[in-house]
Design a protein around this ligand. Sequence first.
Ligand code: FES
Ligand SMILES: [Fe+2]
Length: 351
Amino acid sequence: MTEVDLAGLARAETLEASAYHDPSAFQAERQAVFAREWVLVAHEAELARPGDGVAEQLAGWPLFVRRGRDGELRAFHDVCRHRAGPIVGAAEGGVSRRCATPRLRCRYHGWIYDEQGRLEATPGFGPAEGFEPARLGLEPVRVATWRGFVFVCLDAEAPPLGHALGRLPGLAERLPLERFELHGRAQHTLRCNWKAYVENYLEGYHIPYIHPRLHREVDVKGYEVDASDGVVTHHAPPSARVTEPVYDGLWAWLWPNVAFNVYGDGLSVERMLPLSPTEMRIDYLFLFAEGADREAALAMCHEVTDEDRRICEAVQLNLEAGVYRTGRLSPRHEAGVFYFQSKVRESLARA
Ligand code: FES
Ligand SMILES: [Fe+2]
C-alpha cells in the first residue's frame, strides 16, 4: 500500500466541489476505487448454512456471495451470460440483503449455473452454432474473510485482503470480536455523495456543533485522529462527567468505505456505499455481546446518524450550488479527511 504523506496536510486543499456531483467523477471512482479495492459486504453469520447468500449492489456492480454445500464462500457478479438477467436480483431492494440461493437460476430465461458458477443448463434454448457453455460461466468475484467479516474484490490482480487491511488486524488483536453476536442490519439512504459522508465520519471537529449528546460524553479537546496504513483511528476520551463511557473501544475506519466502531459490549460496522453521484447509503451491521443494552446502543447510533445525515445533506446542496470550489483543511482536526482525499486522488491518478 502506498502511504499518504501527511506533511502535505499543512497546505492541503479539499477535493473540488464537482467531485461530489459530477456523473463522470462518480464513474471514475467506481472504476478506480470500487473495482479495485477489497470491500466489506457481510458478516459470516449471515452466510452460515449452504445456500445462504448475501446480495450486494456495490457502487453499481450487482453481485452476490454464497455459501456452497462444500462450505466454501464464493462470489459472483449477478449478471447472466445470456442477456444480462439477474440471478438473485442484487440490484433490487437495497444495497445489501440476505437472499436464499438454493440454486443459481437466472430469473429471465431460466439458465442454470452450478455452485462454481459454471453454466449447467439452458432450458429450451435450442441448438446454436458454436455455443460453448464452458465459456459462459458467471463472472467470479474474489472473496475473503477476516475475523468473521466477508470482503469481496472485483480486481483479480489486487493484492490479497491481508494487505488491504493494513494495521487493522493489529489494532483489533485484543478485541473479542468473535464473542459478539450478529444482531442485524440498518440502512439509511442519504442525499449526498458518499465522500461527503466518509469525510464527516473522519473528523471529530464537528462534534460540538452537530452532536449535542455525544459532545457531553466525550472530551473533544482530547480527540485524536491517526491516519496511516489504510486505517484512520479516532480516539475520544470520555468527558470527566461521564461515569459509563459510550465510546471506550476502537473507532477505526478502513479505506475505502467501512468503519468498525467497537465498544465494550458490542460493535457497529458502518459501510458507506455510493448509489449515484448524489446519493449514498449507510449500511450498518450490529453485533452485541451477551447482556448488552441493545436498545440504548441502537438509539444512540440512530441519533448520531440522523445528526450526521442532516449536515451531510446540507453540505451536499451547497457543493452543488456552484459557489464553492475548494476549501482548506485543519491540520489539527482533519488529518483523516486529508488521508481519505489523498487516497481518492491517488486512486484516480493510478487508474
Ligand atoms: S438473461 Fe439469463 S437466461 Fe436469459
Ligand atoms: Fe458526526
